[in-house]
Design a protein around this ligand. Structure first.
Ligand code: ADP
Length: 355
């Protein structure tokens, strides 16, 4: 991915002034690409409008190389996920609207008692839409969005991770309002253990120091959103700072139905209401991504039947999907979350979640 927009203007080798982010509300929307290798979303395109955001001068001892790295972590605010693309999760959406989107868009109204929380946690089983939600928040809030995968912080920049975190916050402040999304936050912020090495201890405390910095300065609007499926492994010090904890549960029956309907759009299928309902009942315990895999598997059934005829068949002759296809697919695609883990998350939510 080519990195454009937001590359720093280097004044002197060690002193960097961060150039303003393009803050166009109508900028050309381009899809961001995720590099699976480093787990970061690269900014693929920046719009060329002039910023309206105040940008603080943060020239100082910030390494241009690190600033460049942070710029590569920046996602433009149109990662192409819209609110409507997310099935269900109404409570979570409402909470994010009140906690992040509105306070960013109407900063004047959210002061004093309405001052927004600066840290929140999305927790729940894998594949339930946490990343989708964070991306939609970026789209809706028009904030600068930093997508940081915790494991990439530790694996890729060993030794540099701590400096990188410091720079991340400097850039986030200069481009505020900002949302820093940290996926798999448990992997860098887990409970201190005796086996913990010095580097990860330093990384963790640097993060806390920086986070406290933005929390204590009421002029700064930098919101940290962590995501995890192991909330019970999080360090207490981190948990205390992520004051709002939103449970992103497995999809309930209504949501599963909606997901099936969305996924079947554009495909021929014959699923009378009664069979769709049955399918919805059968898939209790499936996550959003399990359902995606299930639909993909079911969609292959009519193709497999064709055998060698597949090369000559007309596209419109392929039969529609039926309940039986899903039933067969369910033998292959099982829910990925163990019941015990599910119960554990529910319990954690009762105790620590924002209910
Ligand atoms: P995680 O909770 O692990 O961050 P993701 O947000 O990455 O999960 O979701 C993984 C995939 O599962 C998505 O790309 C999407 O296809 C599907 N998915 C999960 N939950 C939903 C949902 N509520 N609405 C629509 N798609 C969903």
């Amino acid at each position: 991915g080519q990195r454009t927009g937001g590359s720093p203007t280097v004044k002197a080798p060690a002193a960097v002034r961060i150039s303003p982010i393009n803050n166009s509300r109508k900028g050309v929307m381009k899809k961001s690409s995720t590099s699976p290798k480093d787990g970061i979303v690269k900014r693929s395109q920046a719009s060329n409008n002039v910023s309206t955001k105040p940008v603080k001068d943060c020239s100082g001892s910030h390494d241009p190389k690190l600033i460049e790295m942070i710029n590569s972590l920046i996602v433009d605010r149109s990662p192409s996920v819209k609110w409507e693309d997310i099935a269900g999760l109404e409570k979570a959406k409402q909470a994010l609207l009140e906690m992040v989107i509105l306070p960013i868009r109407r900063r004047d109204l959210f002061t004093g008692l309405r001052k927004p929380a600066r840290g929140l946690l999305l927790f729940g089983p894998p594949g339930t839409g946490k990343t989708l939600l964070a991306k939609a928040v970026a789209t809706e809030s028009q904030a600068t969005f930093f997508n940081v995968s915790a494991s990439s912080l530790t694996s890729k920049w060993v030794g540099e991770a701590e400096k990188l975190v410091r720079t991340l916050f400097v850039v986030a402040i200069s481009r505020q309002p900002s949302v820093i999304f940290i996926d798999e936050i448990d992997s860098i912020m887990s409970t201190r253990t005796s086996s913990e090495n010095e580097a990860s201890r330093r990384l963790k405390s640097e993060f806390l120091v920086q986070f406290d910095g933005v929390m204590s300065n009421s002029g700064d609007l930098v919101i940290v959103i962590g995501a995890t499926n192991k909330p019970n492994e999080l360090d207490d010090a981190v948990l205390r700072r992520l004051v709002k904890r939103i449970y992103i549960p497995l999809p309930d029956a209504t949501t599963r139905k909606q997901l099936f309907k969305n996924k079947l759009k554009g495909h021929a299928f014959s699923l009378p209401e009664r069979e769709l309902e049955r399918l919805v009942r059968d898939t209790e315990g499936y996550s959003g991504s399990d359902l995606q895999a299930l639909c993909e598997e079911a969609a292959m059934m009519p193709i497999r039947e064709l055998g060698s005829n597949i090369l000559s068949v007309n596209a419109n002759q392929i039969r529609g999907l039926s309940y039986e296809d899903f039933q067969k697919a369910m033998k292959v695609i099982r829910p990925s979350l163990q019941k015990s883990k599910w119960a554990e998350l529910e319990r954690w939510n009762q105790e620590f979640g924002a209910n």
